[in-house]
Design a protein around this ligand. Structure first.
Ligand SMILES: [Mg+2]
Ligand SMILES: [Zn+2]
Length: 501
């Protein structure tokens, strides 16, 4: 290890750091220094100094590498099923690539939080949007900062959204979750606990004495977002009027007063009637809670992630000048927490479609596109199924192969307890859950969209995984995407590409 450390130090000393000037002590944090050194060590790479006018950051929440592998097979097999046979080039599904897997640059990313080996989405998103790692469950604060830090905002780390806004860039935030949920909130919010989304039952009244504003309130006060699309309307409306707020405030009305030119929409038809070139910001919340899983969604009520991301890019392009846009496929994670592989893979395919649509809209010479996951899940793809086996199906013997072992009458391989075994599984999770008015269960057929994969340990909610996630990049600055990176180095890659000092 020693020669590598010396080489990194030498590179750090030799190359000027392309780090943003933080308004705080963030640059004194050990994790900031380590990330800055990682990026500085890559400055000799050809293309590393290329400048981007725009940055689009795609986060697939919980999209670990096993999820990407299974989703690429799922996508191809679903296409083959829809075509009623074998479309051109189809060899079973394993040969497929999702849209972003075709990007040229690649790195592995270490996702741990400062106090957690296996992280959560607040700490990880904050690493990406502030350049410093922080604690599990914490949004836009440094390690060691707590509720008392809300009284000294100048000591909080600046977020990607704030930095872009303060430089006069366009800002967009798009997600399939509540807009106040951890990942999108990391663009604009500073909160010691991610659950403090609104002044409602999730925000203890004692805790309100800290003076920390709830995340919904912080979004309304975050002037400078040009387009904000997702779910979570209940966090903005008072109790009795479609919301959960117990302070009587209607934040949508407050936003409209503060943005007389702005357009608020809460339905797909009104959203589809919007013109990207119209002046004023757009704020769209299409569900009281998270948007529905794509598999269950009514597209007459909720736009797809691809529709929302496409509109956001057109809106930011119409405004002119550079922009920073975050697009989250937020419900991959939620389906995994149910241990429902079908919806997790379907959400991943939807996420890949949104990336494909956006990639076609932008100029690859002036726009850096990064795609990553905030963390992994305990999701496994295992056994020795043959090529082209249904990714959702049971293990079957490889034709002509050896060691077939016990099989049932349908030709499914059996485990030592005589049970058929699906390829996909989880290390932990629930046996049965209610979601979207349905019962999802381990007793259904493995190819049923409502099937819950088997798991080793029974938890009410399947957990995140601590393994590295991938970072995919294309466009100016993507040459910095290489090797194994700390997660907060992603911030430093964006800052370097945008030329912020
Ligand atoms: Mg998320
Ligand atoms: Zn999660």
């Amino acid at each position: 290890m020693r020669p590598l450390i010396i080489a990194l130090l030498a590179a750090t000393l030799a190359a000027p750091l392309a780090a943003a000037a933080p308004r705080t002590a963030a640059s004194a944090e050990p994790s900031w220094k380590k990330a800055a050194a990682e990026i500085a060590a890559r400055k000799a790479t050809p293309g590393a100094d290329a400048r981007a006018k725009n940055v689009i950051l795609f986060i697939g929440d919980g999209m670990g590498i096993t999820t990407v592998t299974a989703a690429r097979i799922f996508e191809a097999q679903q296409r083959a099923k829809a075509a009623g046979g074998k479309p051109a080039g189809f060899e079973g599904g394993e040969e497929n690539l999702l849209s972003f897997e075709q990007f040229p640059a690649r790195a592995l990313v270490k996702t741990y939080n400062t106090n957690a080996q296996v992280p959560d989405s607040a700490g990880t998103a904050s690493a990406i949007t502030t350049g410093t790692k922080t604690g599990i469950g914490v949004l836009g604060m440094l390690p060691g900062q707590g509720p008392e830090a809300c009284a000294t905002p100048e000591k909080l780390p600046a977020t990607l959204g704030e930095l872009a806004r303060d430089r006069g860039l366009g800002v967009g935030i798009v997600t399939t979750t509540r807009i106040t949920h951890a990942t999108p909130a990391a663009m604009f919010a500073h909160e010691p606990f991610r659950d403090w989304e609104a002044y409602d039952r999730d925000y203890p009244s004692d805790a309100r004495k800290s003076g920390c504003r709830d995340i919904a309130d912080q979004l309304i006060r975050f002037r400078g977002a040009d387009v904000v699309l997702g779910g979570g309307l209940q966090k903005f409306r008072p109790e009795g009027r479609g919301g959960t707020r117990d302070d009587g405030r209607d934040l949508i009305a407050e936003w409209q007063t503060a943005n007389p030119q702005g357009r608020f929409v809460d339905g797909a038809a009104a959203f589809r009637a919007l013109k990207p070139a119209d002046r004023g910001p757009v704020f769209g919340l299409f569900n009281a809670n998270h948007l529905d899983f794509s598999f269950d969604a009514d597209r007459a009520k909720e736009p797809s992630l691809a529709e929302m991301a496409t509109f956001a890019v057109r809106k930011l392009q119409a405004k002119g000048g550079g922009y920073v846009l975050m697009v989250e496929g937020g419900r991959i994670d939620h389906a995994h927490h149910l241990s429902n592989a079908y919806r997790a893979l379907d959400e991943t395919v939807e996420f890949a479609r949104a990336i494909e649509a956006v990639t076609k809209l932008v100029d690859p010479r002036d726009t850096l596109i990064l795609v990553t996951a905030d963390h992994s899940h305990v999701f496994t793809m295992a056994g020795y199924p043959p090529r082209g086996n249904d990714i959702l199906g049971f293990l079957r013997p490889i034709p002509g192969g050896e060691g077939r072992g016990a099989q049932d009458a349908q030709g499914n391989m059996l485990d030592q307890l005589g049970r058929p075994v699906p390829t996909l599984g989880y290390a932990n999770g629930p046996l049965e859950v209610r979601a979207g008015g349905k019962t999802l269960s381990s007793t259904k057929a493995p190819t049923d969209p409502d099937y819950l994969q088997p798991k080793t340990f029974l938890f009410g909610s399947e957990t995140h995984g601590g393994d590295d996630v991938a970072l995919y990049g294309i466009g100016p600055g993507s040459a910095l995407v290489s090797g194994t990176l700390e997660q907060n180095s992603i911030f430093h890659i964006m800052v370097s590409a945008l030329g912020w000092r």
